[in-house]
Design a protein around this ligand. Sequence first.
Ligand SMILES: NC(=O)c1ccc[n+]([C@@H]2O[C@H](COP(=O)([O-])OP(=O)(O)OC[C@H]3O[C@@H](n4cnc5c(N)ncnc54)[C@H](OP(=O)(O)O)[C@@H]3O)[C@@H](O)[C@H]2O)c1
Length: 319
Amino acid sequence: MWAVAPLLLLLLLPPLARLWRRRAARLEPAGRAVLITGCDSGFGHLLALRLHRLGFTVFAGCLYPDGEGARRLQREAAAGRLRVLRLDVTRARDVLAAKELVLSHMPERGFWGLVNNAGISTFGETGWLSMEKYEKFTDVNLLGSIRTTLAFLPLLRKYKGRIVFMSSIIAYFSLGNGTYSMTKAAIEKFCDALRLEMKKFGVRVCIIQPGNYARCTKIQPPISAEEIWNELSEEEKAVYNKEYVQERVNFFNSMLSKGSTNGNEVVDAMVDALTSPAPKARYMVAKLKEKALVFVCALFPTIVMDSILSYAQSKVKLA
Ligand SMILES: NC(=O)c1ccc[n+]([C@@H]2O[C@H](COP(=O)([O-])OP(=O)(O)OC[C@H]3O[C@@H](n4cnc5c(N)ncnc54)[C@H](OP(=O)(O)O)[C@@H]3O)[C@@H](O)[C@H]2O)c1
């Protein structure tokens, strides 16, 4: 009997923790400010509307404040608690201006949350992308989140707030988008350090790891093999061929077309991270198949994962 007790405890812990999390009192959003980056479309856009509806004071950072997404936010949240601001996370002066705006319109209960949501995605084997592209992806997906976090850290410490980062299950493996994968893996490590360091200040750091939701956001529209081929350098064209590129693109597009369509599942996790009395360090919002891939990747030797992922490789022979 005593031998099975630890096992029983292990099995019972997750449902008990879930029950406790559900029953514990939620945060009162009124009078609390949250800044979200990348609200022009996708999860950021949905989250801005949701948080506004819940009663938060929302600062919605948009890359294009005159664009359709920003205008829709302004229309739907005309009550005054949602402010659209220009925020390109690669520009330090935009980030500082965002901080000034938050400071000058701070609600009574202060600055509660920063959601580092802005991101861009790409496709291509390592040698296909130029150095400029690597710099751009790192600047938006990784340094952009760090830049914004550093600017708001003093406020978050002062009000014992929350920081939410958008990672991806792609942080664990790559399926033809190694650059994107690299930036998400780096964000995970940044958060691991930050989460521990912020604990003593009462600041909680949460990571959201969505699976494939490409069909319900603008992150990665279907790609064209023609465009990829035209962008290759002459040296790469001498090694690869059009048929190879086409096959890789077909695989990637077919994967994108199987993505989940309910972006609100991801937004639910973002809201939980901001409002739960006991937020999780990581929220994996993915299909069972995607979770199984992550599980294999995290627990088995690399050779197992490489064998599984080799099905994604092109069968076209290269000279
Ligand atoms: N959808 C998925 O399957 C999925 C899966 C895992 C993780 N994620 C992550 O979720 C986050 C949100 O993406 P999403 O899927 O909602 O895609 P999305 O619709 O493309 O949203 C990304 C937002 O970031 C904005 N943005 C791009 N560059 C920016 C910059 N330099 N500064 C500020 N904002 C910038 C985009 O603006 P514009 O629209 O004006 O370009 C857009 O509003 C990203 O971090 C993404 O990596 C998405």
